[in-house]
Each structure stands twice: as structure tokens, then as C-alpha cells.
Ligand binder design. Sequence first.
Ligand code: FAD
Length: 383
Amino acid sequence: MKNVFDFAIIGGGPAGALTASLLKKAGYSVCLIEKNKAIPRKVCGEYLCPLGVDILFKHGYQHIIEGFPKVLGMNIVSPSGRKIETDFPDSDQILTYGVSLNRQIFDQRTMDEAINAGVEILTGHTVRGFSRMKNWNIDLGESNVEAKFLIGADGRNSMVAKKLGLKKKDSTKKVALHCFVDRKSINPRYGEMHILEGGYIGLDPTGEHEVNLSLVCDASEVAKHRGARTCLNDFIKKSTILSEEFGPISESTHISAVTPITNNIKHQYIPDVALVGDAAGFIDPLTGEGIYNSLWMAFHLVELIEEENDFNKASMKFLAIKKSNFRQKTILNKFFQVIIKYPLVCEMIALFLGKSKNRGDHFVGIIGNIHTPLVGLTKVLKG
Ligand SMILES: Cc1cc2nc3c(=O)[nH]c(=O)nc-3n(C[C@H](O)[C@H](O)[C@H](O)COP(=O)(O)OP(=O)(O)OC[C@H]3O[C@@H](n4cnc5c(N)ncnc54)[C@H](O)[C@@H]3O)c2cc1C
């Protein structure tokens, strides 16, 4: 193994693996460290939004999503059961369909990009900590890795962000309960978002009948409902549509529970370090764009490093561009987090969106990042 790498990247999810492969292709020596020995199918809604599909095509990485079925729109259901059926709106700038991924295959394909580029990959190694002398010294327990620059791509629970003092306290403690279940009817090629009192359930059509189902609610709900399965079943019971499609989730269905599902990060420059993907901040899975954000960060960070030929200048520019690029959507996402707590407000919005097909379509155009929030809201208001 090399003595000192240019880059050590901690975390081999899509953000870390793609960043690693791009840096290696740009001529840098890169070591990618991932704690899992084999790539698991992570707890994730597995929906890649239209702009996520588009960014892969624009950078020539469409093979990563080859064979995954398209998602043509997103149906939204209010707490009282009002259903808004939508298609992603047309655009002459970007592709306007999403895809239903399989995270194990997708993550393996991004990891293969790093392998094929010639990145030094250490799987089955958990980073315990790191320190700074002349270079970064990354502690893997029985061995260590030295690198000039450090990239934290270690997800929502980022150890890198915590250790550098970049993690802010989360104001809420939410949990995601996740499973794969078959619905009774044949899946339409549309995602579904069911807003319920106390939480929401997102559905991604991963097969003919199989759906990827995630409930997001306050962590206290699980204890209140005496466990994950009863909690999920009690939320399903709140919706006639969901009850008819799924009934109670059977004992044989595996339910995963993950928390935290947010990562609140300070927007602060630290020399010789950058964060990408969820490690750089994550609000909530509601709008299903975490994977797109990770891809965007990988492509943009490496583009800037190549342009500037100076990591610290590139990393400062990256922070500024990231902030301005995601500002509108971040504000909107935080606003959505408040709105979904008020069923009556959700009903009023659903009533308004349901008045014309165009309104609903442009609304999911915002969710799928086809429209920027400002452009999308103008189109929604025009009807
Ligand atoms: C319930 C739920 C549903 C979601 N649904 C969607 C969706 O439908 N669409 C969407 O776009 N996004 C969704 N997301 C978000 C999406 O899963 C993430 O945004 C995405 O996985 C981020 O990729 P990443 O590479 O930054 O992090 P991750 O995929 O989390 O990868 C981080 C990697 O770092 C490794 N790691 C962590 N610590 C260490 C360590 N100390 N040493 C070594 N390795 C380490 C981990 O093993 C992991 O492989 C969802 C999230 C949740 C919780």
C-alpha cells in the first residue's frame, strides 16, 4: 500500500465511491475505507429523482442505473385520503423520469466504478478516529492510513463531522420503519406519498407487486405503539387506501428501524477536509433526493478540485456553491417538515393541488427537482 495518499475517503456509499473514482480518474492517489465487508441493501426508499437520473446521463454514468424501472410521477395522498395523481412535468432541459433502484446493486455499481478506476479500497475496516500531524492519520484499529486530504462520506451518523465539531444537535428524533411488501394490485409506475397524522408513508414500486415502504414518524411513536410492527400497522390502519392494499404487515416480513434520519451540519470550512453526501447534511427522506444530492456533491467537488488544482480553494468554493444551489430546496424542505404536522393545512393544500392536473404535476416537478422551488411555485399558482 502507498505510504501517503492524496485523499483518504471514509465511507463507501454512493457519495464516497463516486468521489473516489472521479478523483482517481483525475490523477490523484485515493484510499477508500468502508466498514462493511460486503455491500448491503441499505434502508432507503430507493427512488432516484428525475434530476438524479439526469445528472448521471449528463456525466456519462447512465450505466449505473441501467435496467431499473422508471418512475413517471408521484401520487400524493392527504390524511383524509384525498389522492392527487401526478406525472412529472415535461422539460426541455432535463430528463423527466425517476427510477426505482435496488440499493445493493446501485451501491455495488458505484463501488465498481472506484474499483475499475484503481482506487485502493479497504472494505471491512471501520475508521475509529483520525488525527492531524503533517498529514491526516486515519486509525483503523490494527493499521492506519496516511493522506494529505480527508473526505468524510460516512453518512448521516458521520463520525468525521462529529469529530471535527461540525455536527449540530438535531431538534427532532425521528425514526424510519422500513420493509419490502407486496401490494394487492399491480404497481403503477408511480411513487406514492401518504401524509398521515403523526408521520408519513412513502412507497416506491420496486416490482410488479413489491413496494419499498418507509414510515417516518417521531421515535416516541414506536414505544407508544409497543414496537415497530404494531406501530407500522397502526399507521397503515389510518389510511383506507393503505389498509386495502397491504392489510397488516405479516410477522414474516422483516422490518428495519433506523435512527437518526437527519444530520444537521454547520456550514463551515475546515482546511484539508470536505464532507460529501449525507455526512454533509440531511434533512429528511420526505422529498427523496438524498442520492441525487450525493451524486451532485461528488461531481461538483471533483470538478472544482480539477479546476482549481488547489484542494482548499476548491473546498471553499464547493461550500459556497453547495449552499447557493440547495438554498431554495432546503428552505422548502424545512417548510414541508412543519406543514406535514398540521393535517388541516395538508388538506387545504391537497384541495388546491387537486383543482387542476397541471398544479399537481408542477408540484411534483418541484419535489423531483425538475423545477426550482421558485419557478415551480409560480407554475403551481398559475395552475
Ligand atoms: C428511510 C429512508 C428513506 C430514504 N429514501 C430515499 C429515496 O427514496 N431517495 C433518495 O434519493 N434518498 C433516500 N434516502 C437518503 C439516502 O439513503 C441517502 O441520502 C444516501 O444513502 C446517501 O449516500 P451516502 O453515500 O452519503 O451515505 P451512505 O449510503 O449512508 O454511505 C455511508 C457509508 O459510510 C460507511 N461508514 C460509516 N461510518 C464509517 C466508519 N467509521 N468507517 C468506515 N465506513 C463507515 C457506511 O458503512 C456506509 O456504507 C433515504 C433515507 C432514509 C433514512
